[in-house]
Design a protein around this ligand. Structure first.
Ligand code: SAM
Length: 305
């Protein structure tokens, strides 16, 4: 058995025996592992990615059994792409700081942190208490330094400006109109889109020159509120890349997403003309040749920055 399989089997057996929710059972299994009461029989050279994948398999099983509309873990294929790009964008930076304002299980955040060679410090915000507890035990097992906030990610955040915001944004209307009034992208009539407000909140929490890597809905620039978004981006952000993901990653093509990379302008950059936008399409991910061409394109783009 691989380490990932051993970890999944250990968690699965313990979580299955727990009364009640399987996801709560995962938390108990991880707590036993952390305290040393019961541990999986893994090899000493276990990697953080093997631990993350073992946990991810168990969480996916738990989410299937106890289906909730907002329980949507970011698929690994997307996490790995975002991790690759973020780790390249770090360049020579030290003491990198990250924020995910809608962190869910933390799977996307940990994929990115594991991909970074330097240890990064992160802040993770999530409104669902169960997901935060899952994310917190996972961070401990992965030995990743993460600070958690159980709250609405669109309320004021006690987080210092960060180098990177990474997030698979919740898509749809934001119900709290009173709070939405604090954002430029609140429309004159009707509810604001939460994915718009999350972009605005993220830009507010980036250091000048910092990057936001967002996984968001394909119709972002075509919705009835797209004009508000365009105006906001013109004033506050540089669009650096738009990366189309293969339809095969999504069960329903109507729910397809893309990766949007924004940069918060440096003060002295604001007056200069906007840089070129990288427009790329991720090829069939099973085709190694096409994928290495795609990664070369990303590498060249980052070198030319
Ligand atoms: N990247 C995450 C992962 O790998 O597990 C998945 C993120 S999921 C697409 C979006 C998350 O946003 C959900 O976990 C949902 O509970 C959370 N969310 C929705 N509205 C929120 C809000 N106002 N504040 C904080 N979190 C919110």
């Amino acid at each position: 058995m691989t380490n990932t399989e051993t970890i999944f089997t250990f968690i699965d057996e313990k979580a299955g025996k727990e009364q009640g929710n399987y996801l709560d059972g995962i938390i108990s299994a991880c707590e036993s592992w952390l305290s040393g009461t019961e541990t999986p029989n893994i090899k000493n050279d276990v990697t953080k990615e093997e631990i993350r994948r073992g946990l991810q398999l168990a969480i996916l099983k738990g989410m299937k059994e106890n289906s909730q509309p907002h329980h949507q873990m970011t698929p690994d294929a997307i996490g790995i792409l975002v991790g690759y790009m973020a780790s390249k964008l770090v360049q020579t930076k030290k003491d990198v700081t990250l924020l995910d304002p809608a962190a869910g299980t933390g799977n996307l955040l940990y994929t990115v942190m594991n991909a970074m060679e330097e240890t990064a410090n992160a802040s993770a915000v999530e409104i669902d208490d169960l997901l935060v507890r899952l994310a917190a035990v996972s961070a401990e097992l992965l030995e990743q330094p993460v600070r958690f906030y159980v709250q609405d990610g669109l309320r004021p955040l006690l987080v210092d400006p960060v180098d990177f915001v990474i997030s698979d944004l919740p898509v749809g209307y934001y119900p709290d109109d009173d709070n939405a009034l604090n954002f430029e992208m609140m429309p004159a009539e009707g509810h604001a889109y939460s994915h718009h407000l999350f972009i605005e909140q993220s830009m507010n929490h980036l250091k000048p020159g910092g990057f936001g890597l967002f996984i968001t809905t394909v119709n972002l620039f075509e919705s009835d509120q797209a004009e508000l978004l365009q105006k906001y981006l013109k004033r506050h952000a540089l669009i650096r890349a738009i990366i189309q993901l293969p339809d095969s990653l999504f069960k329903n093509v109507a729910h397809a997403k893309f990766i949007l990379i924004l940069q918060k302008p440096l003060e002295n950059l604001a007056a200069k003309s906007a840089p070129d936008v990288l427009l790329a399409k991720v090829p069939d991910m099973m085709d190694k040749g096409l994928m290495s061409q795609f990664f070369r394109k990303i590498d060249n783009w980052i070198e030319e920055m």
